[in-house]
Design a protein around this ligand. Structure first.
Ligand code: KG4
Ligand code: ZN
Length: 350
């Protein structure tokens, strides 16, 4: 039971390029989840422009909160708490959601709960689970993060490996840009990959090179800058000096997309399975925008089955940024007494 006996949490998310609000009962039952995406505003730039993102959050935040309450048929005075993303993310964007959350919490005398966006991506995968998935290994794979966690409970999450350079989603976005495909790159590449042969070009899969005498780390890190550069050299020739060809002059575009996707997926699958085996954990949770990727779902699912592991992916709407996961994890934190005060601050770092 929660402190004020109420079970409804309003979640607010504005860490990157989605303004989102949701009402969730008891940490699991999603009554509404409203997302205002800024994809079209950022598409001409091939990536998120922080200043544009902050301004758009300002315009959208109150209508999105109103829409979430209306869709859930919930009045403000029925809420038990307000949960909000405080890190990591774009600082100007985070502050918009945090200011709205503080104002509501103050005006309605409601508890304010701080939520870590990445931990919420892990929690998203649990919201649709019929049984308790903990303890497990969780992979969060998004535009800004590619990180493995040992998760003992929603509130006991330990980071065990991350990327040395780019996030996987970032690599999708940058390679899509090279291939003249629309932003965000993940969906564009995976669509084009359906027409290509993933075996046509061998792009490198990262393997840590150890110096003589150096001991391999217990958990392998990820790295995606090498595969991204390999696509660039493939397009420009091996000296890298030729200009990047215009998209219509790339004859193998679909094969490049399929082969690149395969390399990224392989580079995600191997360390994830290894981590679960190393820790003796039998469940894998996956979250973040790249978890929408069909090939990743197929290959990680098959590898997990082959090793007797269960692999859980959220539905696509709860892979990408949303506020249901914020309200859900917020409820867990609230129940554990983790309530913030109005001095709560946002942070860009994880
Ligand atoms: O979790 P998310 O919505 O935002 C961040 O927190 O970053 O993830 C967005 C990322 C983008 O890089 C996008 O290209 C990638 O997720 N993405 C995909 C797919 N759908 C979205 N990547 C690969 N395949 C997809 N189907
Ligand atoms: Zn995210």
């Amino acid at each position: 039971m929660t402190a004020n006996g109420r079970e409804l949490v309003l979640g607010i998310e504005s860490s990157c390029d989605e303004t989102a609000a949701a009402v969730v009962r008891g940490g699991r039952e999603i009554l509404s989840s409203v997302v205002d995406s800024q994809v079209e505003l950022h598409a001409p730039f091939g990536g998120v422009v922080p200043e544009v993102a902050g301004r758009s959050h300002l315009r959208a935040i109150l209508p999105v909160i109103d829409a979430a309450l209306a869709e859930a048929h919930v009045e403000l005075d029925e809420l038990g708490a307000i949960a909000v993303t405080t890190k990591p993310g774009l600082i100007g964007s985070l502050l918009v959601g945090l200011s709205a959350a503080k104002a509501l919490a103050f005006a309605r005398d409601l508890p304010l709960i701080a939520v870590d966006h990445i931990e919420a991506h892990v929690y998203a995968a649990t919201m649709e689970c019929a049984s308790d998935p903990y303890p497990c290994v969780a992979l969060v794979v998004s535009g800004g993060h590619t990180t493995l966690y040992k998760a003992l409970s929603p509130l006991a999450i330990e980071r065990i490996a991350t990327t040395l350079d780019d996030a996987a989603g970032e690599a999708f976005d940058k390679v899509a840009f090279l291939l003249g495909l629309a932003y965000p790159g993940g969906p564009s590449i995976s669509k084009l990959a359906l027409e290509g042969d993933a075996k046509r070009i061998h792009f490198p899969r990262y393997r840590a090179r150890l110096r003589p005498g150096e001991v391999a780390p217990r958990f392998q890190p990820f790295s995606f800058s090498g595969v991204k550069t390999a696509v660039l050299y493939h397009l420009r020739g091996q000296d890298g000096r030729a200009p990047t060809p215009a998209p219509e002059q790339i004859p193998e575009r679909a094969h490049i997309a399929a082969s690149f996707q395969e390399a990224v997926v392989d580079a995600l699958v191997e360390p994830t399975i290894h981590a679960a085996r190393e820790l003796g954990l039998r469940t894998l949770l996956v979250g973040g925008g790249v978890a929408c990727n069909r090939r990743l779902r197929e290959k990680l699912g098959a590898a997990a089955r082959a090793h007797g592991l269960e692999c859980v992916f959220p539905s696509p709407a709860y892979c990408t940024d949303n506020a249901a996961m914020i309200a859900g994890l917020g409820w867990q934190r609230w129940k554990a007494g983790l309530v913030a005060d109005l001095a709560l601050d946002a942070s860009s770092a994880s």
